[in-house]
Design a protein around this ligand. Sequence first.
Ligand code: MRU
Length: 361
Amino acid sequence: MASDMISAEGVPAFGNDVRTVWWEDSSVCLIDQRLLPTEWVTVRCQTRDEVAFAIKSMQVRGAPAIGCTAAYGLALVARQSQATTAAELLAELATAKTFLDSQRPTAVNLAWATARMLTTAHRFNGSFDALPARLLDEAHTILAEDLAMCHAIGEHGVNLIPPRGRVLTHCNAGGLATAGYGTALAPIRTAHRLGRPVHVLVDETRPFLQGARLTAWELQQAGVPLTLITDNMAGFMMRRGEVDCIIVGADRIVANGDVANKIGTYSLAVLAQAHGLPFYVAAPSSTVDLALATGDEIVIEERATDEVTHIGGRRIAPEGVVAAHPAFDVTPHQLVTAIITEQGVIYPPFAEGLARLKRNT
Ligand code: MRU
């Protein structure tokens, strides 16, 4: 495709949502998010290793979207397996789960989805030959449920948007990061659909630029007014009174309500507190990990530093310079005003609300 910005026409849709992940011709299909918004290229993963590469390289990214992708990846493994017994196939699936989970360690949705696929396989009591079809079915269900959860997050979160509707968001927690519609962008899109005032300040989100490339594009396609800012403008915008609330997504929310999300989220939460602004986290129950007590236990993914020293493949820092690239940070629960989930809004203290959320899923 030419390097013009792509328009909404010709974009594959899933209901009213752009399709991020889907199954077609025995392949796991994705939009290569590294190329957006200038090129629209479909990636077809036909092996376990291609699925792993897509996740690691961020052809697909966003916690729920990589969970859905890995679920299809395990369905693919089951279909291609040469195993002759259920025990052999289960062992192969367990190995594939470990391999896929290791591609991006911070987003718990990945391990959550692969665990659900493995549990499905273990509980299946049909014939051995029917197991691959059952697993593909489960992957479809995970995708459909994620889409439904995003819409529910939109319904629950919309009333938190203050009347002037000026929301700041970070990274991309939109349709591209999920099965569709998004998490942080869901209340925003719902407000817009209801005709309420809403204007989004979009952090560009260095170093991978998910805000500038993906969130700006998604909001533009949806007709939601937006202003793109660089990450270091956020504090000034708050100080100038141009922000009414902050809504971000999450990669993992632990038992006490601490939140791992894209690097830079913590700084925003501190700024929000300094300016007396509400700081909301929007996430489905699949992002909640009660196995970890506090955010200190979360493994933070370290990515290649050329993502920092280069932009769009072009070097911007001197040759040989040392750079750091923690891809996520942890926002302590004390800085979070509320967590918007598919079951409703959870207020502090979070431990009880999060435990109830997980019990009801
Ligand atoms: O590195 P990414 O692009 O996968 O990081 C994405 C985020 O941090 C999102 O905010 C998070 O996954 C929530 S997506 C609904």
